[in-house]
Ligand binder design. Structure first.
Ligand code: ATP
Length: 209
């Protein structure tokens, strides 16, 4: 079966994550897509919501799609969460499944700054979702070589191997970012691009004010 892991800060989770992930489930016939909040993202400013709150929001958001589940593996670790370690753990847990690690185009463009980034693809395929305002233009030569060395445009090839390929999905561009959303929440704007139950949780816990 095809199993996907979509990691992120999810501070908070929003429709940019959820609508693209739902389209990806359809495009690649994914059985389970695990949304996995990261504990202490090493290369990002620290989140505003606590780890527990980010996980609870992800859990609420998962109610909208039976293929989604909230994965707490990185939050349960008491050391820095590096994706390479996480994927190695999942490969051990599900040796016979095709594993996809999902990211947005902005993450791919900065992948060469991740810890042990070239090893990620030994444990999983990398699946990249287009993102509004971010073009496919690697600035680093090693990253460009890595991408061209692993890129496939044939999605059926993903299920024929368990890891090693990079695929750019045809998911829709949903122009939402958590940074912008936090600003909108701070300004108490309404009709924001996130699930109602997540919005209610944010209000109840007075987050991002
Ligand atoms: P921030 O604005 O704080 O950078 P974010 O909106 O990018 O947050 P993250 O939780 O950091 O959200 O993102 C997790 C993953 O989801 C990353 O790989 C990111 O590229 C991807 N992602 C986030 N928003 C979108 C979107 N609108 N479309 C496609 N991918 C997205």
């Amino acid at each position: 079966m095809i199993r996907a892991i979509f990691g992120g800060t999810f501070d908070p989770i929003h429709n940019g994550h959820l609508e693209t992930a739902a389209a990806l489930v359809q495009e690649l016939t994914i059985s389970t897509l695990s949304l996995m909040p990261s504990a202490l993202p090493p290369h990002r400013p620290q989140p505003i919501a606590s780890a527990k709150q980010r996980l609870e929001m992800v859990d609420l958001a998962c109610q909208q799609n039976t293929a989604f589940n909230a994965e707490d593996w990185e939050l349960k670790q008491d050391r820095r969460s590096y994706t390479a370690n996480t994927l190695s753990e999942f490969k051990t847990r599900y040796p016979n499944d095709t594993l996809l690690f999902v990211m947005g185009m902005d993450s791919l463009m900065s992948l060469h700054r991740w810890h042990q980034w070239q090893q990620l693809i030994e444990h999983a395929h990398l699946v990249v979702m287009p993102r509004a305002g971010v073009s496919f233009a690697p600035q680093d030569q090693e990253l460009e070589d890595f991408i061209s060395g692993h890129l496939t445009e044939v999605k059926d090839k993903l299920s024929q191997r368990t890891s090693g390929l990079l695929y750019v999905a045809q998911t829709p561009m949903i122009d939402v970012s958590a940074t912008e959303l936090r600003q909108q929440l701070q300004h108490r704007e309404s009709n924001l691009p996130l699930p109602t139950n997540v919005y209610d949780y944010i209000k109840e816990h007075q987050l991002y004010l």
